[in-house]
Design a protein around this ligand. Structure first.
Ligand code: IMP
Ligand code: MG
Length: 179
């Protein structure tokens, strides 16, 4: 079923890709796997805002180890040049010797996560893992993703935190633009 969403004066035909029920079920499965892998060892979770906000709040409620919750904002001007990426907020200062789990919404070209991994490694953590709700392999990335919610086709997706031109992050499903 098509659903037309407005952003300003423009209208976009969209469809649901992942329902709220599918999201909740999969996110709880992911939390269970992370619990098994990490045991009771403390974990620093680094939420990449704003896209991973909804995913992270659901995921973190299912985690059972002691958690330090941190956020980071990243700006990417132009995805075609990696120099266009920088931190809008500083990284937490106490990552040395810690297990860090990055929580992302989607990995597409992989430039954002590659940049963030390089920045975090400078802080000398004990380990760094990547947890992403969505993996878009057609974006061409070569990243090792430790935890993936859903592998999707080359759609432009939005909802459950991801934006459609800065709007509609709050729809409870993941939708995609119908081209
Ligand atoms: P990458 O650097 O190309 O891997 O892109 C990652 C970032 O681009 C994600 O954190 C998202 O914020 C954004 N992004 C990539 N694809 C989409 C999409 O389909 N919808 C919304 N945001 C996206
Ligand atoms: Mg993002």
């Amino acid at each position: 079923m098509e659903n037309v969403l407005k952003v300003g004066e423009r209208s976009y035909p969209t469809k649901i890709l992942i329902t709220p029920e599918e999201l909740q079920r999969r996110v709880q499965e992911m939390a269970a796997v992370i619990n098994q892998d990490q045991g009771n060892a403390p974990l620093v979770v680094l939420i990449v805002l704003h896209g991973a906000l909804f995913f992270a709040t659901d995921l973190l409620k299912g985690l059972s180890m002691p958690l330090q919750i941190e956020t980071v904002r990243i700006k990417s001007y132009d995805k075609t040049v990696s120099k266009g990426i920088h931190l809008l907020t500083p990284l937490p200062t106490n990552l040395a010797g810690q297990d860090v789990l990055i929580i992302e919404d989607i990995v597409d070209t992989g430039k954002t996560i590659t940049f963030l991994l390089e920045e975090i490694q400078k802080e000398k953590p004990r380990s760094v893992k990547v947890c992403t709700l969505l993996d878009k392999p057609d974006g061409g990335h070569q990243c090792i993703l430790d935890y993936v919610g859903f592998t999707i086709e080359n759609h432009f997706v939005f909802g459950y935190g991801l934006d459609l031109f800065e709007y509609h992050r709050n729809v409870p499903y993941v939708g995609y633009l119908v081209r």
